[in-house]
Ligand binder design. Structure first.
Ligand code: FAD
Length: 389
């Protein structure tokens, strides 16, 4: 008898609840959202009402007080159901920046609103067009003037702004020439998008390969109240890195969900599709790549849970978060390729979802951090090799 994929684990309660919710949003739903380049409003509403979007918020603020491990299972299950967490995952990791580094007053003001679904914190603005992955060189500045900061600069690929009320912004508050280390002198702000857009902040959507709502952003003397600074001025890069570890780990879990989806889809089709009077899966040339994709996914999943456990224990998790994201994104992309190949021509038809999920999972070779930059991190920080840039 064949195995259930993914195999049952300690998070079965969450998995069952998510499967029941996701069952209401079938393949036709996600196909429609994708073909209309729309936003899965009904799905996100249902997730919010059921409390899953507030999973990481402590119970004293109205959330469920769960850890990154459980949040990762939520993300995995959404992708495993055939859906796309990319439309909403920002809320999970951005939350951590406020929760871990925000003041008691900020937590009290924002977290209950986010937990109830009255506010959404879906966006984080880090990437810039002229500096890309070289984040410490970013050009957007925030200059303190009395009780405000005045922001000027530009960001690119900033996702979910049109479906968010708040945005985390990383900007330079001390010029690069005046800091000892280039990672110093940047700060994190919570931007109220309703106040900002049209009053110094302009948003221009970017049409793209996946149905991912993402934008160019321009700041022209945008004023942010000084009380919206998160943590200490000048230490923002550290806070963002902590958030990025959560982001990488959650995205690893999404890739695991995708990879299991592709493996299941491929094995089912390989068992049913008859060519030359036998199931195509009887040919080792078809079966072995699916087996390979499954093995790679199982291995990547172990690193994903290790990264989650370290993050939840407030231990350094940068190495494991990066490696989990690398392994899971690689496994999901290989599984996607194998699944498409197994389906032959039918893999290209919208109705089987394979081509959509194939596009969606491809993103994670590049965002939120590209594969080369993970190699670079591992070579330098784990293996002690000379820095390449
Ligand atoms: C759909 C989408 C959504 C996104 N959402 C967000 C968001 O919400 N917020 C946000 O801040 N950003 C977001 N991003 C940006 C994303 O994080 C970046 O695209 C990603 O980090 C890569 O940066 P870049 O595009 O500037 O590539 P670049 O830094 O220009 O790099 C281009 C290529 O060169 C390689 N490269 C660069 N330097 C080196 C080196 N030293 N050694 C080896 N290889 C190198 C990279 O690996 C990459 O393959 C999003 C991107 C996409 C596509």
């Amino acid at each position: 008898m064949s195995r259930e994929i993914p195999a049952a684990d300690a998070h079965q309660d969450i998995r069952e609840a998510l499967r029941a919710l996701c069952a209401g949003f079938d393949s036709a739903y996600w196909q429609k959202v994708d073909s209309e380049r729309g936003y899965p409003d009904a799905f996100v509403d249902a997730l919010t009402k059921a409390g899953w979007m507030a999973a990481l918020i402590p119970s004293e603020y109205g959330g469920s007080g769960l850890g990154l491990t459980e949040a990762s299972v939520i993300m995995e299950e959404i992708n495993f159901s055939g859906g796309n967490s990319g439309a909403l995952h920002g809320q999970m990791y951005n939350m951590n920046t406020v929760l871990r580094h925000g003041s008691a007053a900020q937590n009290k003001q924002y977290l209950p609103e986010i937990a109830s679904g009255r506010l959404r914190l879906q966006s984080m603005a880090v990437t810039e067009p002229t500096t890309g992955t070289d984040t410490t060189q970013l050009k957007t500045t925030a200059v303190r003037k009395g009780d405000r900061y005045v922001v000027n600069g530009q960001k690119v690929w900033i996702s979910r702004i049109q479906h968010s009320d708040l945005m985390i912004l990383l900007a330079r508050t001390t010029p690069l020439a005046e800091v000892k280390a280039k990672s110093e002198g940047m700060s994190v702000f919570l931007v109220d998008l309703h106040d900002a857009i049209g009053r110094g902040m302009t948003v221009r959507p970017i049409a793209n390969m996946v149905n991912h709502e993402t934008n160019e952003v321009f700041f022209d003397n945008l004023e942010i109240p000084a009380e919206n600074l998160i943590g200490e001025e000048g230490r923002g890069f550290r806070y963002i890195l902590d958030g990025l570890n959560a982001e990488r780990t959650l995205i690893a879990a999404e890739c695991i969900g995708d990879a299991y989806w592709f493996v299941n889809k491929a094995r089912a089709y390989a068992g049913e599709r008859i060519v030359f009077n036998r199931p195509i899966g009887q040919n080792q040339g078809v079966a072995f790549p699916i087996a390979d994709a499954y093995i790679e996914t199982e291995a990547a999943n172990l690193m994903r849970f290790r990264a989650c456990a370290l993050f939840d224990a407030h231990q350094p998790s940068g190495a494991e978060a990066n490696m989990a994201k690398y392994l899971a994104a690689k496994a999901s992309w290989e599984a996607a390729n194998v699944c498409l190949q197994t389906f032959g021509g039918f893999g290209f038809a919208h109705e089987y979802d394979v081509e959509r999920k194939f596009r969606e999972t491809r993103l994670y070779q590049v965002a939120p951090i590209s594969t080369n930059l993970i190699y670079s991190y591992v070579a330098e920080h784990l293996l002690g090799l000379p820095r390449s840039f």
